[in-house]
Design a protein. Sequence first.
Length: 326
Amino acid sequence: MLKIFVQASSMGQQVDDELKMYRRMEQSPKGHPGRNAVRTLLDTFYIDGPEDKHRCLVHRPLWESVLTFLRRNPVERLPSAVVAFVLRRLFLALDYLHTECQIIHTDIKADNIMLGINDDSVFSDFEEKELQRPVPRKEVDMDGRTIYMSRDLRMPNDLGAPVLCDFGSAMLGNQYHTEFIQPNIYRAPEVILGVPWTYSVDIWNVGCMIWDIYEGGSLFTGQDPEFQKYRSRAHLADMINLLGPPPPSLLAQGELRDKFFPGEGDFRTKNLLKDQVPLEELETTLEGEEEREAFLRLMRKMLQWEPGKRSSAKELGEDEWIHKHL
């Protein structure tokens, strides 16, 4: 499977950064069980285009993303056993990245987690169909460049385990970071506040994402009614409405603190605040008090204002709710 950077020269630093992460993984210890839960690089090369060279990254073939798999379900929610398996693999991957490679992923979302294929007949069937009935194509310029329609792979008879992919936004964990990172609605509070961040941003990210694919709706939207779009102040208000106000110890570290919490530390945009609604009231899909409480305990291990109070990937991989459903 190829990942092609369409204009390599204009994306030079991004390409180099992603390659740096793959090479760091290649140089890391091979024995960690999480190594098989991340996508690794097989090779890299350039091809010539009409106006530029294109960098190609070669990976082992995978099937489709967890997001696409999720959308096959009419209710757009994954069953407990599938979520537990995805989480177990994801925490193995993050423990490997954080402890062995010193890499922070920074962009964890359902379309960056791909399902493997343990069924080579998928590819031989694809080849046979292409030979018998080639996909439509057309020449698009005077140089004879041809573009092709894509052809979907059929459903494998044997799906492989989930794999964490896409290291184009990954960062080294042994450096000082205050950059803006992460998908908007999964952004950790320390990132919004300008607090130096580290590996625990990935843990917050997983907590938000897993609520999405298991509960069928986002914990935080960040939709600002005044601007009708995502704004950081609305996202912080969502967090306060769920978790209560941020601790002063976190605010004190934030370079952007005064933008949101001026003076004595009261939230500037109070009109966005509502009565606090705890996780227990937002969770409406699980049956059985014991099951519900175990899942909410897992969520609380990730969704903590203070980065140091979030559990590590290794600890989360051993969580009771996950192992109950494996």
